[in-house]
Design a protein around this ligand. Structure first.
Ligand code: TRP
Ligand code: CA
Ligand code: ZN
Length: 317
C-alpha cells in the first residue's frame, strides 16, 4: 500500500480524505500505521523559476545593466523577492550593513513553525558584479530558492525543523553579507543551525552537476536525488571558500550545496556524461555582460531547482 507521499501533507483535506478512503478499501488502520514517512517535495515548475529570472533581468536593464552591491538594481532585486515572500506568509527581515562605503542588505525569510532549535537554512547571493545582470551568477540560485520557498507555502508544508531562507548581499565583494550575518549571530543561535545549503550558479549554459563535498549527510541527500534521475555528479571542491557557505563552514555549521560550473573548462569526459561542449567553459559569460537571461540552460535549472526542493524537504522533515 503506497501511502508514503501523504505522510505529512495532511494539511490539505483532500489528501487526508484520500488516505482514509484507501485505508477503508484495504482494511488498513491509521492507528496501527508506522510513523508517518517524510512528505515528498513537489516538482518545482521551472517556468516559475524562469519568470523570476526575467524579472531580475528587467530590474538590471532598468538600472544601468546590473544588480550590484550598492546600486539601485540590488535594492530593486531585494524588494522583488521580499514582496513575493511576504505575500506567501513568510516573516522577512532585512539586515543592513556597509561595505566599500555603500549600504548593503541581506534578506532573511523565516517560515513560521517547526523546532527553532533545529534550523535548516538555504541561501543564495542576490548581488551581481557590476559588469552585467548576473542571471546565472546568481539569479539562478536566488530564483530557485525563492520558488522553493513559495512551494513550501503553497504546500502548507509543516516540517519538524524550522526553515529559513536567505538572500545575501555583496557576495561578489568577498562574501560580505553572509559573513556579516554569521558574525552577528549569537553563539546560541549559531548552534541552532543544523545545516546551511548554498546555491550559487545552478543554471550554467554548458552545465556540470557538482555537489559540495562537505557535510556527508547533506551531500548524500543531493546525490540521491541525481541518482534517481540517472545523472552522475562530481564533488564540488573548487568552491571551498568561494561562496557564502564559507562563513557558515568556518563557524562549524554543516554545509552543502549545488554548482553547475563557472569559468573552468568542461572536459571530454564531462561532456560525454553530461552533454554540452568540451573544451569550453561551463559559463563563458561568468562575471561578464553576457550573463543575461539567455545565459541559462533550462534543463540544468530545472533539475537543480527540483534538487533544492528535495533537500529542503528531506533535511527539514
Ligand atoms: N560567486 C562565485 C565566485 O564568483 C562563483 C563561483 C566560482 C563558485 N566558483 C565556484 C561558487 C565554486 C561555488 C563553488 O567566485
Ligand atoms: Ca521541475
Ligand atoms: Zn556567485
Amino acid at each position: 500500500m503506497k501511502l508514503s507521499v501523504s505522510g505529512r501533507t495532511a494539511a490539505t483535506g483532500a489528501v487526508a480524505i484520500g488516505v482514509s478512503a484507501v485505508m477503508l478499501l484495504t482494511g488498513g488502520s491509521i492507528a496501527g500505521a508506522a510513523p508517518a514517512p517524510v512528505a515528498a517535495a513537489p516538482d518545482i515548475p521551472v517556468a516559475n523559476v524562469k519568470a523570476h529570472l526575467a524579472q531580475l533581468q528587467s530590474i538590471a536593464t532598468a538600472n544601468g545593466g546590473n544588480r550590484a552591491h550598492g546600486r539601485a538594481g540590488y535594492k530593486a532585486s531585494l524588494d522583488y523577492v521580499k514582496a513575493k515572500l511576504d505575500a506567501a506568509g513568510f516573516t522577512t527581515t532585512v539586515q543592513q550593513f556597509t561595505s566599500s562605503g555603500r549600504t548593503g542588505y541581506n534578506l532573511v525569510a523565516d517560515w513560521p513553525g517547526g523546532d527553532t532549535n533545529q534550523v535548516v537554512m538555504a541561501g543564495s547571493h542576490l548581488d551581481s558584479v557590476t559588469a552585467g545582470a548576473g542571471i546565472n551568477d546568481n539569479g539562478s540560485g536566488s530564483a530557485a530558492i525563492l520558488e522553493t520557498a513559495l512551494a513550501v507555502s503553497r504546500a502548507g508544508y509543516q516540517p519538524t525543523k524550522h526553515l529559513r531562507f536567505a538572500w545575501w548581499g555583496a557576495e561578489e565583494l568577498g562574501m560580505v553579507g553572509s559573513r556579516y550575518y554569521v558574525n552577528n549571530l549569537s553563539t546560541a543561535n549559531r548552534s541552532k543551525i543544523s545545516g546551511y545549503l548554498n546555491f550559487d550558479m545552478i543554471g550554467s549554459p554548458n552545465p556540470g552537476y557538482f555537489v559540495y563535498d562537505d557535510d556527508p549527510a547533506i551531500e548524500k541527500t543531493f546525490k540521491d536525488y541525481f541518482t534517481g534521475l540517472g545523472i552522475s555528479t562530481e564533488p564540488e571542491t573548487e568552491g571551498d571558500g568561494r561562496s557564502d557557505h564559507a562563513p557558515f563552514e568556518n563557524a562549524g555549521v554543516p554545509v552543502g550545496g549545488l554548482f553547475s560550473g563557472a569559468d573552468y573548462v568542461k572536459t571530454a569526459a564531462q561532456a560525454a556524461k553530461w552533454g554540452g561542449t568540451s573544451g569550453q567553459a561551463f559559463d563563458r559569460c561568468y562575471h561578464s555582460s553576457c550573463d543575461t537571461s539567455a545565459n541559462i540552460n533550462d534543463t540544468a535549472l530545472d533539475r537543480n531547482s527540483d534538487a533544492v526542493a528535495h533537500a529542503v524537504w528531506e533535511l527539514s522533515s
